[in-house]
Structure formats: C-alpha cells, structure tokens
Write a protein that binds this ligand. Structure first.
Ligand SMILES: Cc1cc2nc3c(=O)[nH]c(=O)nc-3n(C[C@H](O)[C@H](O)[C@H](O)COP(=O)(O)O)c2cc1C
Length: 245
C-alpha cells in the first residue's frame, strides 16, 4: 500500500522540484536586465560555481583584474581637453596628443571618458590658435562647453588631461573645474606639452580644488604621444602602476 502511495506521489514531487528550479532562474535573470555589465558579471559567477569564492586565493586569476576594472568603470572618470588640427611639431593631426593619452588610460583601467569641448572651436592653424588662447588666458575667460556630466557625483577618482597652453591649462579646463563639486574626490592630472612639462598646473589644481586630493601628474611630450605611441604607452602603464588607486 505504502509503495502505491509513493508511486502516485513521485510524479507530483518531480513536477514541484522542476517548477521551483525554473522560478529561481527567472528571478535571477530578471534582476539584471537593466544593466548589461551586471548581467555579464552575474553570468560569469554562475558559470564558475566551484570557483565563486573571491576571498579564496586559489580563485584569483588574471581575469579577476578585468572584473575589478569593470567595477571601477562607474567610479573612475578620465576627463580631458585636447585639440586636433595643426599642432606643435606634429603637423596637422586627426586626434589630439592628450586625447591619445586619455584613451590609453581609460582603456587600461576600464574608466569612463569625457572630452571637454569648447562650443566655439579654436582655429585650425597653430599660430592663430596660440594667439586666441593667449587672449583667452589674459582675459581669464571661462568659455562655454558643449556638454556636461550629469552623474559627476558617481565618480570618486578623476583623471584630468590637458595640453600645456602658455604654461597653464587651457581655459575650457577651468570652465570644467568650476562646473562640478570636486570635494572628496581624487584628481590625477596628466598633460602633453612641447617642453614645459606640467608647468605650475598641479599647484594650480591643488589651490583651486579645495577638498579634493590632487596627486602628482604625468607629463608626456606631445610628439611622443602622437608619433611614438609604444614609448608613450610604456610611460603611461608605468605611471598607472605606481598610483595607489
Ligand atoms: C595655444 C597653445 C599654447 C601652447 N603653449 C605651450 C607651452 O606654453 N609650453 C609647451 O611646452 N607647449 C605648449 N604648446 C604645445 C602643446 O602643449 C602640445 O603640442 C600638446 O601636446 C598639445 O596637445 P593636444 O594635441 O592634446 O591639444 C602649446 C600649444 C598650443 C596650441
């Protein structure tokens, strides 16, 4: 008699077990539909169920550093100003020298990237540009920018890139700095130049950004950034490796 009751209940028990598994799967997928990167990471975790304990040193593989970078994506920003067209020692270029370095940094650490762009473009010719930039600096102008960052508060570290212009940062960078609250953030400057290095820009940033921690910056010659990208990348990677971020 007991055997007959069990035989009758068995199909019901199997049906119940199958339904429970299916429900779990749907709940897990549904919670990550709004964020592709979260979906990916949850998929990775599910796929490696026997190596999912991140605190176990045996489970730390080269891929883990990629995952950490992905986490950093929402917290580190690379903001930069850069100008293409005719430039010092490189002729007419399609991508600005600082832009090249900014891309290297963003790609290496998996950070978001934001280009600071003046609404009115600078002249394409180098000499005309230096003249206009000098007038703008003398006037201590704050030129209007084309875009702003809505979620600036999400970032706790900001790499800030710019070319050395007249021993200073270009004025659009000042507009950018004055558009946001940097208190509590770590700011890491980098610049390209034609011999002047960072000039006094790191000190300027330190005195300007009250409440922020401004680290020492990286200076790379614009010609190296444009024409010797292997060496530029080596310098960038070395510098990033020394930073405590
Ligand atoms: C308006 C202007 C002013 C510049 N002033 C300086 C300077 O004072 N010292 C220096 O070393 N380079 C100076 N340069 C050269 C740039 O810093 C260098 O070419 C830089 O790599 C340009 O970067 P970008 O292509 O990202 O704009 C100046 C260039 C321009 C266009």
């Amino acid at each position: 008699m007991k055997k007959r009751i069990f035989a009758l209940l068995l199909p019901l028990m199997m049906l119940f077990t199958f339904t429970a598994c299916t429900d779990n799967g749907q709940a897990s997928n549904g919670s990550t539909t709004n964020n592709t990167s979260q979906q990916n990471s949850s998929t990775e975790k599910n796929d490696s169920s026997d190596t999912s304990d991140p605190t176990n040193p045996e489970n730390i593989t080269p891929n883990d550093s990629v995952n950490t970078d992905t986490e950093n994506e929402s917290k580190i920003l690379v903001a930069f100003f850069s100008r293409a067209d005719e430039n010092y020692g490189v002729g007419y270029i399609e991508k600005g020298n600082t832009h090249i370095i900014a891309d290297m940094i963003a790609e290496e650490i998996g950070a978001d990237s934001f280009e600071i762009v003046r609404v009115t473009p600078y002249p394409e010719e180098y000499d005309a540009c230096t003249d206009e930039a000098q007038q703008e600096k003398n006037a201590n102008a704050r030129p209007e920018l084309t875009a702003e960052i809505e979620n600036f508060g999400d970032y706790d570290t900001v790499f800030l890139g710019y070319p050395n212009w007249w021993g200073d940062m270009p004025m659009p960078v000042y507009t950018f700095l004055e558009s946001y609250d940097f208190s509590g953030k770590t700011v890491i400057p980098f610049c390209t130049h034609a011999g002047s290095g960072l000039s006094g820009t790191v000190n300027t940033l330190k005195s300007k950004l009250n409440g922020a921690t401004v680290l020492d910056g990286l200076a790379i010659a614009g010609t190296t950034a444009q024409n010797d990208q292997d060496n530029a990348k080596t310098a960038v990677l070395e510098w990033l490796g020394e930073l405590d971020i």
